[in-house]
Design a protein. Structure first.
Length: 138
């Protein structure tokens, strides 16, 4: 059994963004030489997310709209922000969108369903954050 690890770093221009990281994960898989196994992709910050879905702008706009309508960035609404923070909404958005994904590796490729791609979701951006890619297999 082999394993490979890589950290991907992001610094978004906006507070909330979705970035397709599939090509970076595929490159990491290729570099690992692993042909059969599993690939974990994990947001290493509690105000960021990793999720799988379609790479379609309308869908991403719908996500952003729904998240902001239901979990608005309004620091006065949240007890967490009494600590001096202003990002309670980002913590909740992350919880809903997910911390990580695991994708099967088959014949050296990510084993996706139709239209599936991996995304980094940022909810408290404009600073450096990282994603862990861990691949285990043979």
């Amino acid at each position: 059994m082999k394993s490979a690890k890589k950290e991907l770093w992001f610094h978004t221009k906006n507070r909330m963004e979705f970035i397709n990281i599939t090509p970076k994960v595929e490159k990491t898989l290729k570099e690992s030489g692993i042909k059969e196994g599993f690939c974990l992709v994990n947001a290493m910050h509690i105000t960021a997310s990793v999720f799988i879905n379609d790479d379609e702008n309308g869908l991403h706009a719908d996500y952003k709209k729904w998240l902001e309508e239901n979990i608005p960035h309004n620091p006065e609404l949240y007890a967490h922000n009494l600590t001096g923070e202003t990002n309670a909404d980002a913590h909740i958005k992350r919880q809903l969108m997910g911390r990580e994904v695991v994708v099967a590796v088959t014949d050296g490729k990510l084993d996706f369903g139709p239209w599936e791609q991996i995304f980094y979701g940022e909810f408290d951006g404009k600073r450096d954050k990282r994603v862990l890619v861990k691949i285990i297999g043979e």
